[in-house]
Ligand binder design. Structure first.
Ligand SMILES: NC(=O)c1ccc[n+]([C@@H]2O[C@H](COP(=O)([O-])OP(=O)(O)OC[C@H]3O[C@@H](n4cnc5c(N)ncnc54)[C@H](O)[C@@H]3O)[C@@H](O)[C@H]2O)c1
Ligand SMILES: N[C@H](CO)Cc1c[nH]c[nH+]1
Ligand SMILES: [Zn+2]
Length: 442
């Protein structure tokens, strides 16, 4: 029996917040990737161990298994960089340059500055900034290569002054790397690129292999495997820093009755198409708007090339009706979305109601996709609720803030007694003497 295609958004996706008990509310805001978290963690741990033991040989095996291609040398050669430059269309090159300029403008404006303060006569405290010595960047390419991510990682790294930069990205089935990723990397001064994806890339950059150098901190988004691998390597004995959990994409839209349903549906679909575990949420105080958005999703979905992936992501979509917009913000702040779109009349007026989010898009003319590419903000953003405690990537993510204190005799006399008192209270005699011996001599 044939008929109309099954609707992507069904009654199971529709929720009336006021009618839910607390368990149903918690369930409504659960991320889809959490479902098989334990299984993913075990698989990832085994793969990291395989790289630790096997080095480059393991990288070759895993690339063959997961990317379906046999590669002898993972490092991208100078010839491959040159070929990529020749291959990409001028319009794409121009877009990379144009986006890069705005990303640089925004990130440069937000850079931390060194500073110094005399906290007492003869006591100078400073903060100096140093680039993290060797950074490892991950550019996803499983379902689609993301040259924009190379810009989002490479530009703040360059502004921070990082000279030793390694970048990994999964190879294509023919063993090459997407040329636009290479052009974007080169535009940031990055020439050390490895054809490596997933867990094996993260493990290689964390542990080091014969060909891939061990890095001090890893950056970049990726699927649930990549995100779990970052989490695990951060706990290894040779500690490696990570930027944040930046996993499967999320968008939450708060829309009022006046929102444009065509635009709202397009925004929800734009994040659903990233992968089956993307999560999209619409919250509105207007039932009619929700109905119109759902109709638009069904209409627009069938036109999309990645319809099956998108349809799978929509299985975990939430269309939530609330009594008031204040309720919508309370839900959003509890969920901590990676992206938050305010499709509201006078959207800026509502900005103070946002207390937790990765990046906010104000009004009908700010699609989230602009932030993905070229508004200037960074698209590497916290997912899975991490927006509660970490912000998006920025130049400071690539820097060490080192504090310095310079104290002369006068300074020691001024603040030494304070330290002596506190050391005595803590019963730390050696601490007290390190100060009082100098006080005696000063
Ligand atoms: N939060 C952010 O800032 C942000 C930004 C951009 C993209 N993203 C997300 O990044 C993700 C990109 O995912 P992707 O899959 O397209 O590319 P990816 O490069 O992250 O992952 C591809 C790799 O996953 C590995 N892999 C696939 N199946 C596996 C399995 N069963 N076991 C072990 N490893 C496996 C393979 O090694 C493959 O190379 C999407 O979820 C997207 O939403 C997030
Ligand atoms: N939306 C992604 C972050 O969640 C970033 C991206 C790159 N390209 C397209 N989108
Ligand atoms: Zn996107």
């Amino acid at each position: 029996m044939s008929g109309a295609p099954v609707a992507a958004i069904g009654p199971q996706n529709r929720l009336q917040w006021d009618s839910l008990d607390s368990a149903a509310r918690a369930n409504a805001l659960r991320r889809p990737a959490q479902a098989d978290g334990a299984k993913t963690a075990a698989a990832v741990a085994a793969l990291i161990e395989e790289v630790r033991v096997g080095g480059d040989a393991a990288l070759r095996r895993l690339t063959s298994r997961f990317d379906g291609v046999d590669i002898d040398t993972h490092a991208v050669s100078a010839e491959e960089f040159a070929k990529a430059q020749a291959e990409i269309a001028p319009a794409l090159r121009n877009a990379i340059v144009e986006a890069g300029a705005r990303i640089e403008q925004f990130h440069a404006a937000g850079m931390s500055q060194p500073y110094e303060v005399d906290t007492a006569p003869g006591v100078r405290c400073e903060r100096v900034l140093r680039p993290i010595q060797r950074v490892g960047l991950y550019v996803p390419a499983g379902s689609a290569p993301l040259p924009s991510t190379a810009l989002m990682l490479g530009i703040p790294a360059r502004l921070a002054g990082c000279h030793d930069v390694v970048l990994c990205t999964p190879p294509r089935p023919d063993g090459s790397v997407d040329p636009a990723v290479l052009v974007a990397a080169a535009s940031c001064g990055i020439d050390r690129v490895f054809k490596l994806g997933g867990v094996q890339a993260i493990a290689a950059m964390a542990l080091g292999t014969e060909s891939v150098p061990a890095c001090d901190k890893l950056f970049g988004p990726g699927n649930a495997y990549v995100t779990e691998a970052k989490r695990q390597v951060a706990q290894l004995e040779r500690g490696v820093g990570i930027d944040m959990p930046a996993g499967p994409s999320e968008v939450l839209v708060i829309a009022d009755a006046g929102a444009n349903p065509e635009f709202v549906a397009a925004d929800l679909l734009s994040q659903a198409e990233h992968g089956p575990d993307s999560q999209v949420i619409l919250i509105s105080d207007d039932d009619g708007l929700i109905e119109r958005v759902i109709a638009q999703i069904e209409a627009q979905l069938v036109e999309l090339p990645r319809v099956e992936t998108t349809r799978r992501a929509l299985q975990s979509a939430r269309m939530i009706q609330v009594a008031t917009l204040e309720d919508a913000f309370a839900i959003s702040n509890a969920y901590a979305p990676e992206h938050l779109i305010l499709a509201l009349r006078d959207a800026r007026r509502w900005l103070p109601s946002v207390s937790v989010a990765g990046s906010v898009f104000l009004g009908d003319w700010a699609p989230e996709a602009l932030g993905d590419y070229c508004s200037g903000t960074n698209h590497v953003l916290p997912t899975s609720g991490a927006a509660r405690f970490v912000g998006g990537l920025n130049v400071a993510s690539f820097q060490l803030a080192i504090t310095v204190q310079e104290v002369d005799r006068q300074g020691l006399r001024a603040i030494g007694p304070c330290a002596v008192e506190l050391a005595s209270a803590e019963g730390l005699e050696a601490h007290r003497l390190a100060v009082s011996r100098r006080l005696d001599a000063a």
